[in-house]
Design a binder for this molecule. Structure first.
Ligand SMILES: Nc1ncnc2c1ncn2[C@@H]1O[C@H](COP(=O)(O)OP(=O)(O)O)[C@@H](O)[C@H]1O
Ligand SMILES: [Mg+2]
Length: 349
């Protein structure tokens, strides 16, 4: 690779120069995102009465350290107010850290935000980067110019996004008339027109229906597989993580609580899934094989809890063989309950 050769070439930029350090950092173990003791403190002034104001400091991010390698797809989860969005804003350069060291592609985001902008894409689920009153295609044309994307590359990326995100019918529709799911697909395309090496997604599936969620997930999976795009995904939906991410980081109060595989998180939190069964008629609680157990009965409907690390298939088969089943569904644990259990475990240990 040219970049590695350059970093090792004694005639090239020396380790003391910014360019040399950057090249070396990028070559090293393919680390793409790097946080070392990063902090973000907000000064908040609150009105507490007539002419009375209280000053308070909020440590939104409190000594965060982790690295993400090129091509990784990482889930970034935690309760509301945990510091997820603040982290993403620092990674884009929108916010400057109060302390610690942060690099994306060897670049300090807050110092070189514009240069970094050409290499990253970001989608905030709760906010659109599209022009509200303009047809979708006009937003893309504006981005084409803003990012100075070469014409051929713009065409190619647009065509690909339009096809895979099924945007053809929507291109001439003003953004304000799009449904939430359509707008989200439009936003994801907008973030990818300039071929970013990393994509930050902050709650991209929030409020989406099942079909839209499936479309977004399918697209992200292809993007990662075909382009090797690095993805950092914040979500409240554990299924997003389950289907997309081999690694998950949990943060709370601005600190990293867990970094590893999702299965490991389920074990750490002993989290449970719920099997909801509808029987033909009201019956006493089902005698389910251990460790599954009935946790609630309401008329002909019963809820059974079982460990999230186990498959539902055996349990379903066992019940179906002995009870008159009409319908069933499996509910995933929500992130809050997984994390809550993780804490309970630690406190008890
Ligand atoms: N601009 C801001 N000014 C003051 N406090 C903020 C600001 N942005 C975020 N916070 C606070 O920082 C904490 C983390 O917020 P955020 O990063 O948005 O959490 P998350 O995205 O995980 O829900 C919260 O307590 C939030 O109220
Ligand atoms: Mg947030």
């Amino acid at each position: 690779m040219a970049r590695t050769a350059e970093a090792e070439d004694p005639a090239g930029p020396g380790p003391g120069t910014a360019a040399g350090a950057e090249a070396a950092a990028e070559a090293e173990a393919d680390t793409f995102i790097e946080l070392d003791g990063v902090e973000k403190v907000f000064d908040v002034r609150r009105k507490t009465g007539f002419l009375k104001r209280e000053r308070r400091q909020v440590r939104a991010v409190d000594g965060l350290s982790f690295t993400v390698s090129r091509g990784e797809m990482v889930g970034y989860i935690g309760p509301n107010g945990a510091g997820k969005s603040t982290t993403i804003k620092m990674l884009t350069g929108i916010l400057t850290p109060s302390g610690g060291r942060l690099r994306v592609a060897g670049i300090d985001p807050s110092r070189e935000r514009i240069r970094l902008a050409h290499r990253i894409g970001v989608v905030f689920g709760q906010r659109t980067t599209l022009w509200w009153d303009l047809p979708l295609i006009d937003s893309y044309r504006l981005m084409h110019r803003m990012y100075r994307i070469p014409d051929a590359r713009y065409r190619e990326n647009l065509d690909r996004c339009v096809e895979l995100l099924q945007l053809q019918e929507l291109l001439d529709v003003p953004v304000r008339q799009l449904s939430l799911g359509q707008r989200m697909r439009g936003d994801i395309a907008a973030a990818l027109l300039h071929d970013p090496e990393v994509l930050y997604l902050d709650e991209p599936t929030i409020g989406l229906d099942v079909v839209s969620k499936a479309k977004v997930r399918g697209f992200l999976r292809d993007l990662s597989a075909e382009r090797g795009t690095t993805v950092l995904l914040t979500t409240h939906d554990l299924q997003d993580i389950e289907q997309l991410c081999s690694r998950v980081m949990v943060i709370d109060h601005g600190r990293l609580m867990y970094d590893g595989r999702l299965e490991g998180l389920h074990e750490a939190g002993e989290s449970e899934r719920t099997l909801v069964v509808d029987l033909e008629r009201e019956l006493p609680p089902i005698e389910a094989p251990e460790p599954a157990r009935v946790v609630r009965v309401e008329g002909p409907r019963q809820w059974l809890a079982f460990p999230a690390s186990e498959s539902a298939a055996g349990l379903v088969a066992g019940i179906a063989a002995r009870y008159p089943l009409v319908d069933l569904s499996v509910r995933e644990p929500d992130i809050e309950s997984v994390i809550a259990k993780m804490y309970a475990e630690r406190a008890g240990a």
